[in-house]
Design a protein around this ligand. Structure first.
Ligand code: MRU
Length: 349
């Protein structure tokens, strides 16, 4: 598995792996301001729900370390401003807001600027450490649903570089490899930004895991003809009733999996479960720049003036989800009852 960290805290700056340049280049961006972190999140240089939460938390830690002065109430007012600013970078993944809340709450418990700076830094580092353990647990639970030799189909990249390590949907692949078991993957390319074609393939090839790339419109045919045992996807937000927002194209995969009687699993840390959002109807879906669709590799492919609809995510209704796999265990269908139990249960890590 790649040992590259997508986000690395260095106190007066945070290093962000530029995922838009992968797999051609492994380049790190040195961010010293919240504005630079905001831009990295907004432009998907760092992406994946847990990774953007970590980047934002470290962004606040860098800001706090560079805060001039010792006036604590002034510090807290400015912290709230920076918090709101970073929270405006992307709307769908709840981990972003969850991580920012965690570090801000830690600062509010302090009683001086130096104490608050330390609290923010500790909390942000704790989020990253926990995420590694959480992803490993998700992988362990996912393996309970799979058997040696299975072939899974996935979309986007819910892997190591979208998290602290292991990933969510890709965690069982990495753990199977570690345990000497064989799992193979089909990776949907994931138009328009090709997180599957560029990132999942790169990550799995690096780990020595069998992966085959397909374009998104090949998924139903692949499920029917290539012995797909399960579809596993990550997610950006799970509503209280189990409706799940993930990369655009996920809902289509769920419909295809249902028609073909293939289990459809969502892998998510409990930090992605948002019990305050009752259903998928209330999940804000990010719409991105039309150029992501009209252009390919920097070159225009669609006629000037064409109308474009470019949602970054879709919502899969809970009735199409066979199970939601978290670090605290697996929810099997009665999500309104099971998700609060998993979220509020004592931490597994
Ligand atoms: O737009 P992206 O690349 O940030 O979308 C990411 C996804 O849809 C992932 O599946 C999700 O964030 C989970 S990452 C563990």
């Amino acid at each position: 598995m790649t040992t590259v960290l997508s986000v690395e805290y260095r106190r007066d700056h945070v290093l962000i792996l530029d995922q838009t340049l992968l797999p051609q280049q492994q380049h790190f961006i040195r961010c010293t301001t919240t504005k630079e972190v905001w831009e990295c999140i907004h432009a998907l240089k760092v992406r994946g729900a847990p990774a953007i939460g970590m980047a934002a938390a470290f962004g606040l830690a860098v800001w706090a370390n560079r805060f001039p002065g010792l006036n604590f109430s002034d510090f807290l007012v400015k912290l709230e401003q920076e918090h709101r600013f970073l929270a405006s970078s992307r709307p769908t993944a709840v981990n972003l807001f969850w991580a920012l809340e965690r570090v801000t709450a830690a600062a509010k418990k302090a009683s001086s600027v130096p104490e608050a700076v330390q609290a923010i830094e500790n909390e942000a580092m704790q989020i990253q450490q926990e995420d590694e353990a959480v992803c490993r647990k998700i992988g362990e639970h996912a393996l309970e649903l799979l058997k040696d030799g299975d072939t899974i189909l996935t979309i986007c990249n819910a892997g190591a570089i979208a998290t602290a390590r292991y990933g969510t949907a890709l965690a069982p692949m990495h753990l199977a490899k570690e345990y000497g078991k064989q799992l193979s993957a089909y990776a949907c390319e994931t138009r328009p930004l090709l997180q599957g074609g560029r990132l999942t393939t790169w990550e799995l090839l690096q780990a020595g895991i069998d992966v085959t790339l397909i374009t998104d419109n090949m998924s139903a045919h692949t499920m029917r003809t290539k012995g797909i045992s399960a579809v596993i996807v990550g997610c950006d937000r799970v509503a209280a009733n189990g409706d799940t927002a993930n990369k655009i194209g996920t809902f289509g995969l769920a419909l295809q999996a249902r028609a073909l009687n293939i289990p459809f699993y969502v892998a998510a840390p409990t930090s992605t479960i948002d019990l305050k959002t009752p259903s998928g109807e209330e999940i804000p879906i990010e719409e991105r720049n039309p150029e992501e669709v009209t252009h390919f590799g920097g070159k225009r492919i669609a006629p000037e003036g064409v109308k474009v609809f470019n949602p970054a995510f879709d919502v899969t209704p809970h009735e199409y989800i066979t199970a939601i796999i978290t670090e605290n265990g697996i929810a099997h269908g009665d999500y309104a009852r099971e998700l609060p139990r998993l979220v509020n249960q004592e931490k597994a890590v």
